[in-house]
Design a protein around this ligand. Structure first.
Ligand code: SAH
Ligand code: SF4
Length: 395
């Protein structure tokens, strides 16, 4: 989502005569697009912003734009501490980024409608903004606002534009992407319309929420070989009690039912897990481990719980760090083993690979494949998997 927002900001800057360059040394403008999902992400963004004071002082006229979710959360407080930030554009302001550039006065008389950033093989298309779920630990609804679906006309036009520019794959984006609903058009129906667009090879999407998975979606996903057969479906915990505390709106058994429905539709799964949520006991953690085994996820991103100011979970007492570390280690080990098994299970199979570079591409089930033969990016080729490395298949 941040990459899509960065593309949008780049378009607006390109329309003012700016073009991307390879190094800070050459640059006149730096846009720092930030994340605040965990404290660590925000910390990294702020320390980078701190270092930009020196860069800015080295050449007159340099501009720093601090954008995204951390900019939204910290807002004006940043101005005092980081005077090097000329423009602060929060995540809610992406749609009005053009106006922000105008009112800053820094881009006066620079409107030259220059070339737009080069075409990308994987086109990112936002279909929803914000989130209305209010999971107890999560800051997203506060920094990105309530969920709002974008009209199908705008989405289809944007998709067609990206395909015409050379995109072979479209990645639909939203915090709860499958909660999409615009005047009765739901996610399954939108997905069907998108797969009917000529010239498009594949459609992926991120992030789906388990509660919005239903039969209609599973049928549509199974019926088209343009729709990715991999889904990143965050579960967060395997314990019904913790899921309830997290306000995830589903139980362990409900999640298992959804996972079974997707697997029957030929879809493989990866997930997100939070370790050390304040109410997580040793038993709850064991439930997460057993759920991970039961679903046979291909992989997982595992995060230590990070209290985010203003969220309900931030008021709860933390679990001691050493316990959280220990649980994370155990889980990561399990994830590594199951990912290895998932890669090894591909050995000897023939896969349709969409090439993203001359030698690297992706299967419909989202495994990376490397070949010795060179192809044109955008080609779809049948490749036999001969070997596996930790996170890549060799053909
Ligand atoms: N909208 C997506 C997730 C977006 S945030 C969904 O609900 O599925 C990406 C991931 O960050 C989440 O799935 C969660 O695992 C993690 N995350 C969010 N807030 C967190 C927090 N306070 N501490 C640790 N991890 C967190
Ligand atoms: Fe955050 Fe995702 Fe929950 Fe929305 S659904 S509050 S983005 S974790």
């Amino acid at each position: 989502m941040n990459i899509a927002d960065s593309d949008e900001m780049m378009l607006q800057l390109a329309a003012r005569g700016c073009s991307p360059c390879d190094s800070l040394k050459e640059a006149d403008i730096v846009v720092v697009n930030t994340c605040t999902i965990r404290d660590h992400a925000e910390h990294k963004a702020l320390s980078y912003l701190g270092r930009l004071a020196k860069w800015k002082a080295e050449k007159k006229g340099r501009i720093v734009i601090f954008a995204g979710c951390a900019a939204q959360r910290l807002g004006k407080a940043l101005r005092r501490k980081f005077p090097q930030a000329d423009i602060i554009a929060g995540a809610k302001n992406i749609d009005s980024f053009s106006d922000i550039l105008e009112t800053s006065g820094l881009f006066k008389n620079k409107n030259v409608a220059a070339g737009i950033p080069s075409a990308q093989l994987v086109g990112l298309v936002n279909i929803m903004r914000g989130c209305s779920c209010k999971c107890s630990y999560c800051i997203v609804p506060y920094v990105r606002g309530e969920a709002a679906s974008i009209s199908p006309e705008v989405i289809l036009k944007e998709t067609e534009r990206k395909v015409a520019q050379g995109a072979k794959e479209i990645m639909l984006l939203g915090q709860t992407v499958n909660a999409y609903n615009y005047k009765g058009k739901n996610f399954a129906k939108l997905l069907k319309d998108i797969t009917n667009l000529p010239g498009l090879e594949r459609v992926r999407f991120m992030s789906p929420h388990p509660i919005f998975i239903d039969e209609e979606f599973a049928q549509v996903a199974a019926s088209s070989d343009k729709i990715s057969k991999h889904m990143h479906l965050p579960v967060q915990s395997g314990s019904t009690k913790v899921l309830k505390d997290m306000k995830r709106l589903y139980s362990r058994s409900e999640f298992l039912q959804k996972a079974a429905l997707l697997k029957a539709a030929g879809i493989c799964l990866s997930t997100d897990i939070i370790v050390g949520y304040p109410t997580e006991t040793e038993e709850d953690f064991k439930d997460t481990l057993s759920l991970f085994d039961e679903v046979e996820f291909n992989g997982a991103y595992c995060f230590k719980f990070s209290p985010r100011q203003g969220t309900p979970a931030a008021a709860l007492p933390l679990i001691p760090e050493e316990i959280v570390e220990k649980r994370l280690d155990i889980l990561l080990n399990k994830v590594r083993l199951s990912s290895k098994a998932a890669y090894e299970a591909q050995l000897g199979t023939v896969q349709k690979v969409l090439m993203e570079t001359p030698t690297n591409g992706r299967t419909l089930t989202n495994f990376w494949v490397r070949t010795k033969t060179k192809y044109n990016p955008g080609d779809v080729v049948d490749l036999k998997i001969k070997e596996t490395k930790e996170t890549i298949l060799l053909a």
